[in-house]
Design a protein around this ligand. Structure first.
Ligand code: ZN
Length: 351
């Protein structure tokens, strides 16, 4: 009896210590080797602060591609977060090849703090601190965990966003780095961007020569030679059913595209490139009155909104810099100097 109890205690201690000592990567990595569905919670620690990253790993019975779905880099972008949760629940390991690693809420401090752009833990924008820093603040350590422990295991990355809690975004689009990374990575990223199935695709013009300049989650993947796209769908702090469904459908299409499922989808009839995105920034702190909706067609010089001081007196009339599609606008009044009030872009059909 005594020896059985000792053995039990010893086994329990061994179990506890192994789970404490297990490196986070080993946890995700081992889940990717074991067919089935694994719900993980990865602890990230910084001095006097810590957080968890909720991850679902779905590993098929057959080997195949490894896909990372990243949601909640921005904690108030709810449609991507909900879509990732719904997809994680729906995905059947018996029907896929390879592994899908779904990070549901990369930035849990921002989600729990109902915070736009930045994390209340350290005031940093997680999507500006990649590739991260192992000895930095909490956001920097989250980024480091992703680039150091997860990205190297992956064949493709989907970084899923929406307009932030104060941003109206329409139409939904996917984006890829058209001028960064090897020709092969650019080609594969482009194919992912179109395969996701949204009507609009943005080829990012940004170029980089050093990995350290890749401060966005998607660009950090491309800098490491991993095909990646950004997805933008939904916004204004609302988990919209239509946006959630569209994102989940994009995930399914991506798995089909990568050969991870047998599902096949027809390409949308018309896909368009969004180009020449022009943003108008706020010249002052103030209170913003937006006069249009994202998705509206606007004319050059047209009044799109007014910035006032705290008393309501006009500081700045914001006019469209060109004819085009109002792709993004601030929907909520608080504005800081230098922030983007709206973006107007051109579109062109793809043959
Ligand atoms: Zn975002």
């Amino acid at each position: 009896m005594r020896s059985i109890r000792c053995t039990l205690v010893f086994s329990l201690l061994a179990l506890i210590s192994s789970s404490i000592l297990a490196a986070p990567a080993a946890t995700v990595k081992s889940a990717m080797l074991e067919p089935g569905k694994h719900h993980l919670s990865i602890l990230i620690k910084a001095p006097n602060q810590s957080t968890n990253i909720p991850i679902t790993v779905v590993t098929g019975l057959m080997p195949g591609p490894k896909l990372l779905v990243l949601a909640g880099i921005h904690g108030a972008e709810y449609s991507p977060i909900r879509a990732s949760q719904q997809f994680g629940i729906e995905l059947d390991p018996e029907k896929i090849k390879g592994s899908v690693v779904i990070v549901h809420i990369a930035n849990l401090p921002a989600f729990r703090g109902r915070s736009i752009y930045t994390s209340p833990a350290d005031g940093l924008n997680l999507n500006r601190v990649f590739p991260g820093n192992a000895s930095g603040s909490l956001s920097q350590r989250i980024a480091f965990f992703l680039t150091n422990d997860i990205y190297p295991l992956m064949d493709a990355v989907l970084d899923v966003h929406s307009g932030d809690g104060n941003e109206d975004l329409e139409p939904a689009w996917t984006g890829y780095y058209a001028k960064a990374g090897s020709a092969e990575v650019v080609e594969q990223s482009k194919a992912l961007a179109f395969a996701f199935g949204f009507k609009h695709v943005v080829p990012f013009e940004w170029e980089f020569s050093q990995r350290e300049e890749a401060i966005w989650a998607g660009s950090a993947a491309v800098a490491m030679g991993i095909p990646a796209i950004d997805v933008e769908c939904g916004g204004m702090g609302v988990p919209e059913a239509e946006a959630i469904d569209a994102i989940v459908m994009g995930f399914r299409r991506t798995l089909g595209h990568l050969g991870m499922t047998n599902e096949t989808f027809r390409a949308p009839n018309t896909q368009k490139i969004i180009y020449d995105r022009k943003s108008v920034k706020s010249p002052n702190d103030g209170s913003w009155i937006s006069l249009k909706k994202a998705g509206d067609l606007v004319k050059s010089g047209e009044l799109l909104g007014v910035l006032t001081d705290w008393h309501g007196r006009t500081l700045f009339e914001a006019r469209s810099p060109k004819d085009g599609l109002l792709l993004l606008r601030l929907s909520a009044p608080p504005v800081h100097k230098g922030e983007t009030l709206f973006i107007v872009a051109s579109t062109q059909s793809v043959d």
